[in-house]
Design a protein around this ligand. Structure first.
Ligand SMILES: [Zn+2]
Length: 453
Protein backbone atom coordinates (compact mmCIF):
# COMPACT_ATOMS: atom_id res chain seq x y z
CA UNK A 1 0.00 0.00 0.00
CA UNK A 2 1.20 3.44 -0.84
CA UNK A 3 2.02 5.81 1.97
CA UNK A 4 -0.77 8.19 0.82
CA UNK A 5 -3.33 5.38 0.97
CA UNK A 6 -2.22 4.42 4.42
CA UNK A 7 -2.62 8.02 5.53
CA UNK A 8 -6.15 8.06 4.17
CA UNK A 9 -6.97 4.83 5.95
CA UNK A 10 -5.55 6.31 9.15
CA UNK A 11 -7.64 9.45 8.86
CA UNK A 12 -10.84 7.61 8.00
CA UNK A 13 -10.63 4.77 10.55
CA UNK A 14 -8.08 5.28 13.28
CA UNK A 15 -8.58 8.99 13.92
CA UNK A 16 -12.32 8.87 14.71
CA UNK A 17 -11.77 5.84 16.92
CA UNK A 18 -9.06 7.54 18.88
CA UNK A 19 -11.13 10.71 19.23
CA UNK A 20 -14.08 8.64 20.53
CA UNK A 21 -11.80 6.74 22.87
CA UNK A 22 -10.34 9.90 24.35
CA UNK A 23 -13.83 11.34 24.87
CA UNK A 24 -14.84 8.07 26.54
CA UNK A 25 -11.75 7.97 28.77
CA UNK A 26 -12.32 11.60 29.73
CA UNK A 27 -15.91 10.70 30.63
CA UNK A 28 -14.76 7.74 32.71
CA UNK A 29 -12.22 9.85 34.57
CA UNK A 30 -14.97 12.37 35.28
CA UNK A 31 -17.22 9.57 36.63
CA UNK A 32 -14.47 8.28 38.93
CA UNK A 33 -13.75 11.81 40.17
CA UNK A 34 -17.45 12.43 40.94
CA UNK A 35 -17.75 8.97 42.56
CA UNK A 36 -14.80 9.77 44.88
CA UNK A 37 -16.16 13.19 45.67
CA UNK A 38 -19.59 11.80 46.57
CA UNK A 39 -17.96 9.05 48.67
CA UNK A 40 -16.15 11.72 50.63
CA UNK A 41 -19.26 13.85 51.05
CA UNK A 42 -21.28 10.86 52.23
CA UNK A 43 -18.63 9.89 54.73
CA UNK A 44 -18.25 13.45 56.09
CA UNK A 45 -22.01 13.83 56.46
CA UNK A 46 -22.23 10.51 58.29
CA UNK A 47 -19.48 11.65 60.69
CA UNK A 48 -21.45 14.85 61.32
CA UNK A 49 -24.54 12.81 62.09
CA UNK A 50 -22.71 10.52 64.52
CA UNK A 51 -21.20 13.58 66.20
CA UNK A 52 -24.68 15.06 66.62
CA UNK A 53 -25.97 11.75 68.00
CA UNK A 54 -23.13 11.56 70.52
CA UNK A 55 -23.56 15.18 71.58
CA UNK A 56 -27.28 14.71 72.16
CA UNK A 57 -26.91 11.51 74.14
CA UNK A 58 -24.16 13.02 76.34
CA UNK A 59 -26.41 15.94 77.19
CA UNK A 60 -29.59 13.98 77.54
CA UNK A 61 -29.93 12.28 80.89
CA UNK A 62 -32.74 10.04 79.69
CA UNK A 63 -31.03 9.08 76.46
CA UNK A 64 -31.45 5.34 76.95
CA UNK A 65 -35.26 5.50 76.94
CA UNK A 66 -37.08 4.69 73.74
CA UNK A 67 -38.81 7.97 72.79
CA UNK A 68 -35.78 9.92 73.89
CA UNK A 69 -33.51 7.85 71.61
CA UNK A 70 -35.91 8.41 68.71
CA UNK A 71 -35.60 12.15 69.28
CA UNK A 72 -31.81 11.94 69.30
CA UNK A 73 -31.88 9.89 66.10
CA UNK A 74 -34.23 12.32 64.41
CA UNK A 75 -31.83 15.16 65.24
CA UNK A 76 -28.91 13.11 63.96
CA UNK A 77 -30.68 12.36 60.66
CA UNK A 78 -31.46 16.06 60.21
CA UNK A 79 -27.83 16.84 60.75
CA UNK A 80 -26.87 14.18 58.16
CA UNK A 81 -29.24 15.54 55.52
CA UNK A 82 -28.29 19.16 56.16
CA UNK A 83 -24.62 18.30 55.92
CA UNK A 84 -25.24 16.37 52.70
CA UNK A 85 -27.16 19.24 51.13
CA UNK A 86 -24.50 21.77 52.15
CA UNK A 87 -21.65 19.65 50.82
CA UNK A 88 -23.44 18.80 47.57
CA UNK A 89 -24.46 22.47 47.40
CA UNK A 90 -22.90 23.22 44.04
CA UNK A 91 -25.05 20.62 42.34
CA UNK A 92 -28.18 22.39 43.54
CA UNK A 93 -29.79 19.72 45.68
CA UNK A 94 -32.26 20.74 48.39
CA UNK A 95 -33.34 18.78 51.49
CA UNK A 96 -36.38 17.22 49.84
CA UNK A 97 -34.69 16.61 46.52
CA UNK A 98 -31.83 14.64 48.12
CA UNK A 99 -34.04 12.26 50.12
CA UNK A 100 -35.09 10.04 47.18
CA UNK A 101 -31.42 9.05 46.83
CA UNK A 102 -31.27 7.81 50.43
CA UNK A 103 -32.74 4.29 50.40
CA UNK A 104 -31.88 3.64 54.06
CA UNK A 105 -30.05 4.80 57.18
CA UNK A 106 -29.43 2.38 60.05
CA UNK A 107 -28.52 3.00 63.70
CA UNK A 108 -27.35 -0.14 65.46
CA UNK A 109 -27.83 0.28 69.21
CA UNK A 110 -27.26 -1.90 72.28
CA UNK A 111 -30.14 -4.36 71.93
CA UNK A 112 -31.53 -3.60 68.48
CA UNK A 113 -31.58 -1.07 65.69
CA UNK A 114 -33.56 1.61 63.90
CA UNK A 115 -33.99 1.81 60.13
CA UNK A 116 -34.92 5.13 58.55
CA UNK A 117 -36.26 4.50 55.06
CA UNK A 118 -39.17 5.38 52.76
CA UNK A 119 -42.40 3.61 53.55
CA UNK A 120 -46.12 4.33 53.91
CA UNK A 121 -46.64 6.50 56.95
CA UNK A 122 -49.64 4.81 58.61
CA UNK A 123 -50.70 8.04 60.31
CA UNK A 124 -50.79 10.20 57.18
CA UNK A 125 -51.02 7.63 54.38
CA UNK A 126 -48.12 9.38 52.65
CA UNK A 127 -45.17 7.47 51.20
CA UNK A 128 -42.17 9.11 52.87
CA UNK A 129 -38.98 8.61 54.88
CA UNK A 130 -39.74 7.61 58.47
CA UNK A 131 -37.93 6.03 61.41
CA UNK A 132 -39.46 2.56 61.53
CA UNK A 133 -40.28 0.82 64.82
CA UNK A 134 -37.28 -0.43 66.78
CA UNK A 135 -36.17 -3.96 65.88
CA UNK A 136 -34.58 -6.06 68.63
CA UNK A 137 -31.77 -8.54 67.99
CA UNK A 138 -34.30 -11.26 68.75
CA UNK A 139 -34.57 -14.82 67.63
CA UNK A 140 -36.93 -17.63 68.60
CA UNK A 141 -35.83 -21.13 69.55
CA UNK A 142 -38.51 -23.75 69.26
CA UNK A 143 -37.63 -27.17 70.67
CA UNK A 144 -41.14 -28.55 71.33
CA UNK A 145 -44.45 -27.37 72.80
CA UNK A 146 -42.92 -27.18 76.27
CA UNK A 147 -39.80 -25.25 75.33
CA UNK A 148 -40.28 -22.34 72.97
CA UNK A 149 -38.46 -19.11 73.82
CA UNK A 150 -37.42 -15.80 72.30
CA UNK A 151 -33.94 -14.57 73.15
CA UNK A 152 -33.00 -10.96 72.73
CA UNK A 153 -29.24 -10.56 72.27
CA UNK A 154 -27.24 -7.39 72.84
CA UNK A 155 -23.81 -6.04 71.95
CA UNK A 156 -22.42 -7.75 75.08
CA UNK A 157 -23.17 -10.65 77.43
CA UNK A 158 -26.63 -9.42 78.50
CA UNK A 159 -29.67 -11.32 77.23
CA UNK A 160 -33.44 -11.22 77.69
CA UNK A 161 -35.35 -14.52 77.59
CA UNK A 162 -39.11 -14.95 77.42
CA UNK A 163 -41.49 -17.72 76.41
CA UNK A 164 -42.24 -21.26 77.50
CA UNK A 165 -39.58 -23.15 79.48
CA UNK A 166 -40.42 -26.64 80.80
CA UNK A 167 -44.08 -25.89 80.09
CA UNK A 168 -44.19 -22.65 82.14
CA UNK A 169 -44.22 -19.07 80.90
CA UNK A 170 -41.07 -17.22 81.98
CA UNK A 171 -39.46 -13.86 81.34
CA UNK A 172 -35.97 -13.23 82.66
CA UNK A 173 -33.01 -11.06 81.87
CA UNK A 174 -29.41 -10.86 82.96
CA UNK A 175 -25.71 -11.00 82.23
CA UNK A 176 -24.04 -14.29 81.38
CA UNK A 177 -20.80 -15.00 83.21
CA UNK A 178 -18.96 -18.28 83.62
CA UNK A 179 -20.40 -19.37 87.01
CA UNK A 180 -17.17 -21.02 88.14
CA UNK A 181 -15.44 -17.61 87.89
CA UNK A 182 -17.69 -16.20 90.61
CA UNK A 183 -17.55 -17.42 94.23
CA UNK A 184 -19.78 -16.18 96.99
CA UNK A 185 -18.81 -16.85 100.58
CA UNK A 186 -20.98 -15.02 103.10
CA UNK A 187 -20.58 -11.36 102.13
CA UNK A 188 -17.35 -11.98 100.23
CA UNK A 189 -17.59 -12.10 96.45
CA UNK A 190 -14.65 -13.00 94.22
CA UNK A 191 -14.39 -12.88 90.44
CA UNK A 192 -11.63 -14.97 88.85
CA UNK A 193 -9.98 -15.14 92.26
CA UNK A 194 -10.04 -11.37 92.84
CA UNK A 195 -12.02 -9.98 95.79
CA UNK A 196 -14.73 -7.54 94.68
CA UNK A 197 -14.83 -4.58 97.07
CA UNK A 198 -17.46 -2.36 95.46
CA UNK A 199 -20.94 -3.14 96.86
CA UNK A 200 -22.77 -2.42 93.59
CA UNK A 201 -20.27 -4.53 91.67
CA UNK A 202 -20.86 -7.39 94.11
CA UNK A 203 -24.55 -7.27 93.22
CA UNK A 204 -23.66 -7.52 89.53
CA UNK A 205 -21.60 -10.69 90.05
CA UNK A 206 -24.15 -12.29 92.40
CA UNK A 207 -27.00 -11.66 89.94
CA UNK A 208 -24.98 -12.74 86.89
CA UNK A 209 -24.07 -15.98 88.61
CA UNK A 210 -27.67 -16.67 89.62
CA UNK A 211 -29.02 -15.85 86.14
CA UNK A 212 -26.39 -17.92 84.33
CA UNK A 213 -27.01 -20.86 86.66
CA UNK A 214 -30.70 -20.68 85.76
CA UNK A 215 -29.86 -20.64 82.03
CA UNK A 216 -27.49 -23.57 82.47
CA UNK A 217 -30.09 -25.56 84.42
CA UNK A 218 -33.02 -24.88 82.12
CA UNK A 219 -31.88 -24.11 78.58
CA UNK A 220 -28.24 -25.14 78.12
CA UNK A 221 -28.95 -28.70 76.97
CA UNK A 222 -31.91 -27.78 74.78
CA UNK A 223 -30.89 -24.84 72.64
CA UNK A 224 -28.72 -25.19 69.55
CA UNK A 225 -28.62 -22.90 66.50
CA UNK A 226 -30.69 -25.46 64.55
CA UNK A 227 -33.71 -24.66 66.78
CA UNK A 228 -33.70 -21.04 65.62
CA UNK A 229 -36.90 -19.72 64.04
CA UNK A 230 -37.79 -16.39 62.49
CA UNK A 231 -39.99 -14.30 64.74
CA UNK A 232 -43.52 -13.87 63.45
CA UNK A 233 -43.01 -16.29 60.55
CA UNK A 234 -44.72 -19.55 61.27
CA UNK A 235 -41.90 -21.85 62.27
CA UNK A 236 -39.71 -20.61 59.42
CA UNK A 237 -36.16 -21.73 60.04
CA UNK A 238 -32.88 -19.97 59.30
CA UNK A 239 -31.17 -22.00 56.55
CA UNK A 240 -27.86 -20.61 57.86
CA UNK A 241 -28.32 -22.47 61.17
CA UNK A 242 -30.10 -25.63 60.07
CA UNK A 243 -27.09 -27.94 60.08
CA UNK A 244 -25.80 -26.81 63.48
CA UNK A 245 -27.29 -29.28 65.97
CA UNK A 246 -24.27 -29.61 68.24
CA UNK A 247 -23.31 -26.14 69.51
CA UNK A 248 -24.69 -25.74 73.04
CA UNK A 249 -24.56 -21.98 72.76
CA UNK A 250 -26.22 -21.35 76.13
CA UNK A 251 -24.19 -23.90 78.06
CA UNK A 252 -22.01 -21.29 79.74
CA UNK A 253 -18.73 -22.78 80.98
CA UNK A 254 -15.02 -22.01 80.98
CA UNK A 255 -14.81 -23.25 77.40
CA UNK A 256 -17.91 -21.29 76.37
CA UNK A 257 -17.10 -18.09 78.26
CA UNK A 258 -19.12 -15.04 77.12
CA UNK A 259 -16.04 -12.91 77.89
CA UNK A 260 -14.20 -14.66 75.07
CA UNK A 261 -14.71 -13.43 71.51
CA UNK A 262 -14.43 -16.92 70.02
CA UNK A 263 -16.84 -18.68 72.41
CA UNK A 264 -19.77 -20.53 70.82
CA UNK A 265 -22.10 -18.04 72.53
CA UNK A 266 -20.40 -15.02 70.95
CA UNK A 267 -20.01 -16.57 67.51
CA UNK A 268 -23.73 -17.37 67.42
CA UNK A 269 -24.74 -14.03 68.96
CA UNK A 270 -22.85 -12.12 66.25
CA UNK A 271 -24.34 -14.29 63.49
CA UNK A 272 -27.86 -13.66 64.82
CA UNK A 273 -27.37 -9.89 64.95
CA UNK A 274 -25.91 -9.86 61.44
CA UNK A 275 -28.70 -12.00 59.97
CA UNK A 276 -31.46 -9.87 61.50
CA UNK A 277 -29.79 -6.67 60.34
CA UNK A 278 -29.18 -8.03 56.85
CA UNK A 279 -32.75 -9.35 56.42
CA UNK A 280 -34.38 -6.13 57.53
CA UNK A 281 -32.08 -3.82 55.63
CA UNK A 282 -32.42 -5.88 52.50
CA UNK A 283 -36.20 -5.83 52.65
CA UNK A 284 -36.29 -2.06 53.36
CA UNK A 285 -34.14 -1.29 50.31
CA UNK A 286 -35.91 -3.79 48.02
CA UNK A 287 -39.30 -2.45 49.02
CA UNK A 288 -38.16 1.10 48.26
CA UNK A 289 -36.89 -0.03 44.87
CA UNK A 290 -40.36 -1.32 44.03
CA UNK A 291 -42.05 1.90 45.18
CA UNK A 292 -39.48 4.58 44.45
CA UNK A 293 -41.62 6.18 41.74
CA UNK A 294 -43.63 7.67 44.58
CA UNK A 295 -40.56 9.82 45.33
CA UNK A 296 -39.86 10.51 41.68
CA UNK A 297 -37.06 8.06 40.92
CA UNK A 298 -36.94 4.74 39.08
CA UNK A 299 -33.42 3.74 40.08
CA UNK A 300 -32.98 0.07 40.92
CA UNK A 301 -31.98 0.37 44.60
CA UNK A 302 -30.01 -2.58 45.92
CA UNK A 303 -28.39 -3.62 49.17
CA UNK A 304 -24.63 -3.46 48.53
CA UNK A 305 -22.34 -6.24 49.75
CA UNK A 306 -20.62 -5.01 52.90
CA UNK A 307 -17.11 -6.08 53.75
CA UNK A 308 -16.42 -8.36 56.73
CA UNK A 309 -14.65 -5.60 58.60
CA UNK A 310 -17.66 -3.32 58.15
CA UNK A 311 -20.02 -6.00 59.46
CA UNK A 312 -17.77 -6.41 62.49
CA UNK A 313 -17.96 -2.71 63.23
CA UNK A 314 -21.75 -2.77 62.90
CA UNK A 315 -22.04 -5.73 65.25
CA UNK A 316 -19.56 -4.59 67.89
CA UNK A 317 -20.42 -0.92 68.36
CA UNK A 318 -23.19 1.59 68.36
CA UNK A 319 -22.86 2.42 64.67
CA UNK A 320 -24.51 4.38 61.91
CA UNK A 321 -24.64 3.23 58.30
CA UNK A 322 -25.90 5.44 55.50
CA UNK A 323 -26.70 4.54 51.90
CA UNK A 324 -26.85 6.91 48.94
CA UNK A 325 -27.74 5.58 45.49
CA UNK A 326 -29.01 6.73 42.10
CA UNK A 327 -27.47 10.22 41.84
CA UNK A 328 -26.48 10.69 38.20
CA UNK A 329 -22.72 10.99 37.68
CA UNK A 330 -21.83 11.37 34.01
CA UNK A 331 -23.14 8.35 32.12
CA UNK A 332 -23.52 6.31 35.35
CA UNK A 333 -25.25 6.45 38.73
CA UNK A 334 -23.68 6.87 42.13
CA UNK A 335 -23.96 3.93 44.52
CA UNK A 336 -22.20 4.23 47.87
CA UNK A 337 -22.49 3.79 51.62
CA UNK A 338 -20.65 4.82 54.77
CA UNK A 339 -20.20 3.05 58.13
CA UNK A 340 -19.24 5.15 61.17
CA UNK A 341 -19.07 3.87 64.76
CA UNK A 342 -19.74 5.77 67.96
CA UNK A 343 -17.57 4.05 70.58
CA UNK A 344 -18.46 6.65 73.21
CA UNK A 345 -22.08 6.06 74.02
CA UNK A 346 -24.35 5.61 76.99
CA UNK A 347 -25.72 2.27 75.97
CA UNK A 348 -23.08 -0.14 77.16
CA UNK A 349 -19.45 -0.47 78.15
CA UNK A 350 -16.60 -2.62 77.03
CA UNK A 351 -13.38 -3.14 78.98
CA UNK A 352 -11.71 -0.50 76.79
CA UNK A 353 -14.35 2.14 77.39
CA UNK A 354 -13.55 2.62 81.08
CA UNK A 355 -11.23 5.40 82.24
CA UNK A 356 -9.68 5.47 85.72
CA UNK A 357 -8.91 8.15 88.27
CA UNK A 358 -6.68 7.72 91.33
CA UNK A 359 -5.79 9.73 94.44
CA UNK A 360 -3.08 12.40 94.18
CA UNK A 361 -3.35 12.56 90.41
CA UNK A 362 -5.24 15.19 88.42
CA UNK A 363 -5.44 13.04 85.26
CA UNK A 364 -7.64 10.16 84.16
CA UNK A 365 -6.10 7.12 82.48
CA UNK A 366 -6.54 3.82 80.76
CA UNK A 367 -6.01 0.84 83.09
CA UNK A 368 -2.59 -0.08 81.64
CA UNK A 369 -1.02 3.42 81.67
CA UNK A 370 2.48 3.77 83.22
CA UNK A 371 1.60 7.27 84.52
CA UNK A 372 -0.93 6.07 87.12
CA UNK A 373 0.24 7.40 90.51
CA UNK A 374 -1.57 5.37 93.16
CA UNK A 375 -2.94 2.12 91.81
CA UNK A 376 -4.50 1.08 95.11
CA UNK A 377 -7.01 3.91 94.81
CA UNK A 378 -8.09 3.37 91.18
CA UNK A 379 -11.77 3.86 90.40
CA UNK A 380 -13.16 3.41 86.87
CA UNK A 381 -15.94 5.34 85.13
CA UNK A 382 -17.53 5.22 81.67
CA UNK A 383 -15.45 7.15 79.13
CA UNK A 384 -18.49 9.25 78.25
CA UNK A 385 -18.60 10.70 81.78
CA UNK A 386 -15.39 12.58 81.07
CA UNK A 387 -16.94 14.46 78.13
CA UNK A 388 -17.99 18.03 78.75
CA UNK A 389 -21.69 18.68 78.94
CA UNK A 390 -23.80 21.78 78.50
CA UNK A 391 -25.46 22.98 81.70
CA UNK A 392 -29.04 23.07 80.42
CA UNK A 393 -30.40 24.80 83.56
CA UNK A 394 -28.88 28.13 82.59
CA UNK A 395 -30.62 28.68 79.22
CA UNK A 396 -29.07 29.47 75.85
CA UNK A 397 -27.54 32.89 76.77
CA UNK A 398 -25.67 31.71 79.83
CA UNK A 399 -24.44 28.52 78.21
CA UNK A 400 -21.68 26.94 80.26
CA UNK A 401 -19.92 23.63 80.18
CA UNK A 402 -19.89 21.23 83.08
CA UNK A 403 -17.81 18.13 83.75
CA UNK A 404 -18.80 15.13 85.82
CA UNK A 405 -15.15 14.61 86.77
CA UNK A 406 -12.56 17.30 87.38
CA UNK A 407 -9.58 15.32 86.11
CA UNK A 408 -7.94 16.06 82.76
CA UNK A 409 -7.13 13.55 80.06
CA UNK A 410 -3.72 11.90 80.47
CA UNK A 411 -1.47 13.00 77.65
CA UNK A 412 0.14 9.58 77.18
CA UNK A 413 -2.69 7.06 77.31
CA UNK A 414 -5.74 9.13 76.33
CA UNK A 415 -4.68 12.02 74.10
CA UNK A 416 -1.62 10.66 72.33
CA UNK A 417 -2.35 6.94 72.74
CA UNK A 418 1.38 6.41 72.48
CA UNK A 419 2.55 4.64 75.65
CA UNK A 420 4.03 1.42 76.86
CA UNK A 421 1.18 -0.75 78.06
CA UNK A 422 1.81 -2.02 81.62
CA UNK A 423 1.04 -5.61 82.63
CA UNK A 424 -1.96 -5.50 84.97
CA UNK A 425 -1.08 -5.86 88.65
CA UNK A 426 -3.59 -7.41 91.05
CA UNK A 427 -4.60 -3.90 92.21
CA UNK A 428 -5.36 -2.85 88.64
CA UNK A 429 -7.27 -6.05 87.91
CA UNK A 430 -9.32 -5.49 91.05
CA UNK A 431 -10.12 -1.93 89.94
CA UNK A 432 -11.16 -3.25 86.54
CA UNK A 433 -13.47 -5.99 87.88
CA UNK A 434 -14.99 -3.54 90.36
CA UNK A 435 -15.62 -0.99 87.60
CA UNK A 436 -17.04 -3.50 85.09
CA UNK A 437 -19.46 -4.88 87.68
CA UNK A 438 -20.51 -1.51 89.13
CA UNK A 439 -21.06 0.21 85.76
CA UNK A 440 -22.97 -2.72 84.29
CA UNK A 441 -25.20 -2.92 87.34
CA UNK A 442 -25.92 0.82 87.10
CA UNK A 443 -26.76 0.89 83.38
CA UNK A 444 -30.42 1.03 82.57
CA UNK A 445 -31.53 -2.14 80.83
CA UNK A 446 -34.73 -3.12 79.15
CA UNK A 447 -35.76 -6.18 81.08
CA UNK A 448 -34.38 -4.90 84.40
CA UNK A 449 -37.88 -5.23 85.79
CA UNK A 450 -38.40 -8.79 84.49
CA UNK A 451 -36.69 -10.58 87.33
CA UNK A 452 -38.62 -8.89 90.12
CA UNK A 453 -41.68 -11.16 90.10
ZN1 LIG B 1 -2.38 7.75 81.43
Amino acid sequence: MKIQNMAVVFIIIILPISILLSVYVKGEVEVIKRQNKYDQILSESTYDAVKAFKLNTVNNSRSTQADSIRRDIKASINSFINSLVTNLGVSGYGTESIKPYIPAIVYTLYDGFYIYSPTINLETGVYEHIIKPYIYYSIRYRIDNYNDVVINYTLDNYIVVYGIVNGNYVSRAGYLENVTDISINGSQVTYKGTVITDETAKQYYIEAREFTQWINDNLAEKITPSNARKIGENDETYPEFEGNVTDRILNITGSNDPQREDSAFNVHRREVIRLILQDNLNSAITSYSANSEALGTTYNFKMPILEEEEWNRLIENVTMITFMQGLPIGNKYYNGYSVVSCPKNKEYISVDSIYYINEGDSYYHRIDCPEIVNENTLVGYKNIEFERKINSNLGEENKEYIYEHEENACYYCIINSNYESQPLTSARIQAQYNAMGRIRKELYKRGDDLNKD
